[in-house]
Each structure stands twice: as structure tokens, then as C-alpha cells.
Design a protein around this ligand. Structure first.
Ligand code: GDP
Length: 447
């Protein structure tokens, strides 16, 4: 699973499951049994936020034995904590700080995972003073809320997002390795009859391929795990590709809709095009959507076996795609035949490379050296009568590679300048086809 995990911990009956439901919402309540140590926990997903995440209710930290409470907590919460990127430590604001809370806090402080103290049952402003005491925990500013009534939830979401947003795996750290080494989620998209299902079958039929289906998050979705040597891929929404027939009516439109859905669930997008039919408006839509969603695109020009003058056709395709995908720099193009299998394996090589590129982390000193050079080039370049001054840059995430550039007039950064910076970063640090997220901000409290 690719979404970062947020774990809810706290004493029993403190409102953890109410908070869980409030976060996940009944519409989005997706309860899955995930393999692994936290198998019997309830998971949910939160999507309508900047950094979507999964939530797990660690269940009661109930001391069922006479064992010291802290130890009990350790065994029960350890598993969820091991996977969590962020912990919501829920306390009851009305109880004030209890000895148990202090024990849990001490335990959590020993972990490196970021913690948000959530003071539940703060139902009105009058109760805010209750929060003061919680500062004593030494776990940062507590967030007062009422899980029951929804009060304070936006503050909590902000706090979670802040933590998930600054989660940048350091190169060489276990996090970076996890992000890079987990199975790459691949969406195979394209117009009807481009050959998606043929291609899927060819990929799955590959000798040495180990294939297994996993149920997707919605009832009729199926994802397929494909293992090839040491590489693992999750091909998303494979049911949607195999299911044929009834899409034919408004096929073109629904192809784009289906593609959108799959793109959102994927790390890398494989856009399949029928060599005989050429690049259509729909293909451009789908590619544009993938780029907007910050997913690298690999173009597979399929049915290459039907092409006659291949050399000329290859050149024509390369020109055509360069022209049509001008907004998507360095898009790899693979000329394949699902029918014969020719070059089909190359698609996965490109997928692996694109994902690795999207996971690159630039060491901060190198990033700022780059910024210094850009800044010198920029000096004197007028932006509405004044020039943009760049102060420093920081990478705020990988997959997609995300950067914040601090400057004097963020609102005046023209989109051509933004594009130039993105492409400069791309060339300098080898981001290849991975779309880069750039944000310009003014310095806190500065101009
Ligand atoms: P989908 O709608 O994108 O899933 O497309 P299909 O995989 O169902 O393929 C549509 C048609 O194109 C079928 O008749 C396939 O047999 C044919 N087809 C798919 N790939 C190739 C290919 O590489 N070469 C040739 N000659 N035909 C292909």
C-alpha cells in the first residue's frame, strides 16, 4: 500500500473509533484486512486532502493482564507504530492528564515517529483552557477537538498534513528505500481497442512472471501483483481492463473516466496507443491528466507488428509525440507488439526507471547550489518591473518530487519561469519523465 499510515492510539473509550470514523467518513470507510502484523486492525483511507493517507485505529490499549500498562501498550501499539508516519495520541481533555497518559507519552517520545496530541471532548471554546495542561507532555501543541461533533477537525487535518508533507525520505534512509523498493503501482490506460488487455495478458503471461490478484478498494476493482525477478509491480484496476463489451457505447468518454480513476491509484502511467490509429485528442487528455496528477507517463505505441515501413514510422511517431506531449518532457516511448511480445518487457524497465526518478531525493546543499546558479541567472530579469529574488529551496517530498522555493514575490512568478525551473531541476538531477511539483513561497514573516 502506498499511502502513508496515520495511527490512532490512546486509552480505551477515549473516542478513538469516533475519531477514526470522523476522519474516514462513512462514504470513504474502506475496511480492509491487510496482511502483516496489524492484520486485525481497522484501516480507512482519507483522500480529499493534499496528502492522502491511511488511518488505523490501533484498537483499545486495554490492559488485560496485570502487566504494567506501558508494557501492554508497547506490545499492542508497536505493530501499528512500526508502520506509521504519524501518530495521533488521543487524550480526554476533561480528565486532564492521567498517569497512564504520561506513560504512553513517555513511550511515544522514545519513538522517532511524529506525534500529534489530540485532546478529545473539547466541545466548546470554554473548554480550551483544558489544553494548557497537555503542553506538559512535551509533545507539541495539542489540538482540541470534538470527534463526536466534528469541532476542530480542520486543525487536525492541517497538523497531519504538515507532518506528511515534510516527510521526505533521506537518501539512504530506510524510508527512502521503502518508497523506492515497494511495488510500483502501474496504470495501463488508453482508448478502447488500443490493446490494453492484450498487453496486460502479455505482461502477465511472461515467463518467470508470478501473478496474483488482490481485491481493490472498491467492490469490483481488482489489482494484479506481478513479480518479475526482484521487481514487483501492482497493475491497478485490471478488472476494468478485462471487463469489455458494455463500455463500447460511450467508449471514448468512459475510457478517459476509467483512465482518470486508475491514474489516481498509480505511481506510473502506461499510455497505450494503437499505432494504426495515431495519437488522438483522447490520448492527449489522458496524458494531460496524468501529468496534472504528477504521475510519469510511458507511451507504448502498440500493434507495431502491423506497421510496414518501421523506420519511417518510428521517426514519425517520435516527432508526433514530441510535438503533442511538449508539456511532458522526456516521455519514454516504447514501440511494442502485444501480439508478438516484441519489446513489451521494455515497458516495465521504463516504469521502474521512471519510478526511481520520481523517488530521487536531492541533498539540500546541492539543491541550494543549483538555486544559487539559477538565482544569478535570474538577477536583473524583470518581473513586472522588479526582479524575483530567490532565497533558498527545500525538497518537501518524493514521488512526486516536490520542492518549495522561497522567494520575495511568489505571486508574481510567471508560469514560464516555473516551467524553466522545473526543467532545470529535471536536467540537473535526473528526474526524467517524473513531473515535478514546485511551489513558490515567501519567507515566513518576510516580504
Ligand atoms: P483494449 O480495448 O485496449 O483492451 O484492447 P484489446 O487488448 O482488447 O485489443 C483490441 C484489438 O486489437 C484485439 O482484436 C486485439 O487482438 C488487437 N491487438 C492488440 N494488440 C495487438 C498487437 O500488438 N498487434 C496486433 N496486430 N493486434 C493487436
Amino acid at each position: 500500500m502506498s499511502l502513508p499510515l496515520v495511527a490512532i492510539v490512546g486509552k480505551p473509550n477515549i473516542g478513538k473509533s469516533t475519531l477514526f470514523n470522523r476522519l474516514v467518513g462513512s462514504r470513504r470507510a474502506i475496511v480492509t484486512d491487510e496482511p502483516g502484523v496489524t492484520r486485525d486492525r481497522i484501516y480507512g483511507e482519507v483522500h480529499d486532502v493534499v496528502h492522502p493517507f491511511r488511518v488505523v485505529d490501533t484498537g483499545g490499549l486495554t490492559p488485560r493482564t496485570a502487566a504494567p500498562f506501558a508494557r501492554e501498550i508497547e506490545t499492542q501499539a508497536e505493530a501499528a507504530l512500526a508502520e506509521a508516519e504519524c501518530v495521533l495520541f488521543v487524550v480526554d481533555a476533561r480528565d486532564g492528564l492521567t498517569a497512564v497518559d504520561r506513560e504512553v507519552a513517555a513511550f511515544l517520545r522514545r519513538r522517532s515517529v511524529p506525534i500529534v496530541v489530540v485532546a478529545n471532548k473539547v466541545d466548546s471554546e470554554a473548554q480550551e483552557p483544558l489544553l494548557l495542561e497537555l503542553h506538559e507532555l512535551g509533545l507539541g501543541t495539542p489540538i482540541g477537538l470534538s470527534a463526536e461533533h466534528g469541532r476542530g477537525m480542520p486543525d487536525l487535518i492541517d497538523a497531519i498534513e504538515e507532518i506528511l508533507g515534510r516527510r521526505v525520505p533521506q537518501e539512504g534512509s530506510p524510508d527512502a528505500a521503502v518508497e523506492r523498493d515497494r511495488p510500483v503501482r502501474v496504470a495501463i490506460v488508453g482508448r478502447p481497442n488500443a490493446g490494453k488487455s492484450s498487453l496486460l495478458n502479455r505482461l502477465l503471461g511472461e515467463e518467470r512472471a508470478l501473478v496474483s490478484d488482490i481485491p481493490g478498494t472498491t467492490r469490483d476493482a481488482v489489482d494484479t501483483v506481478l513479480e518479475l525477478g526482484e521487481h514487483r509491480f501492482v497493475l491497478v484496476d485490471t478488472a476494468g481492463i478485462r471487463r469489455r463489451g458494455k463500455v463500447e457505447l460511450s467508449a471514448e468518454a468512459s475510457a478517459v473516466l476509467m483512465a482518470r480513476r486508475s491514474i489516481e491509484r498509480a505511481d506510473v502511467v502506461v499510455l497505450v496507443i494503437d499505432a494504426a490509429r495515431g495519437f488522438a485528442a483522447q490520448d492527449a487528455h489522458i496524458a494531460g491528466y496524468a501529468i496534472d496528477a504528477f504521475r510519469p507517463v510511458i507511451v507504448a505505441v502498440n500493434k507495431w507488428d502491423l506497421v510496414e515501413d518501421r523506420e519511417a514510422a518510428a521517426k514519425a511517431w517520435s516527432d508526433e509525440l514530441r510535438r503533442r506531449l511538449r508539456f511532458a518532457r522526456e516521455t519514454p516511448v516504447v514501440l511494442v507488439s502485444a501480439k508478438s511480445g516484441q519489446r513489451v518487457a521494455k515497458i516495465l524497465d521504463q516504469v521502474t526507471a521512471a519510478h526511481a526518478a520520481a523517488c530521487i531525493r536531492v541533498p539540500t546543499p546541492e539543491l541550494n547550489r543549483w538555486l544559487g546558479e539559477e538565482s544569478r541567472r535570474e538577477q536583473g530579469a524583470p518581473v513586472r518591473g522588479s526582479s524575483i529574488r530567490l532565497y533558498y529551496a527545500t525538497q518537501t517530498g518524493v514521488n512526486p518530487p516536490s520542492f518549495v522555493l522561497f522567494c520575495n514575490r511568489p505571486a508574481q512568478v510567471h508560469f514560464s519561469l516555473r516551467r524553466r525551473f522545473a526543467n532545470s531541476l529535471r536536467r540537473r538531477f535526473g528526474f526524467g519523465p517524473a513531473p515535478i511539483r514546485l511551489e513558490f513561497r515567501s519567507r515566513r514573516g518576510g516580504d
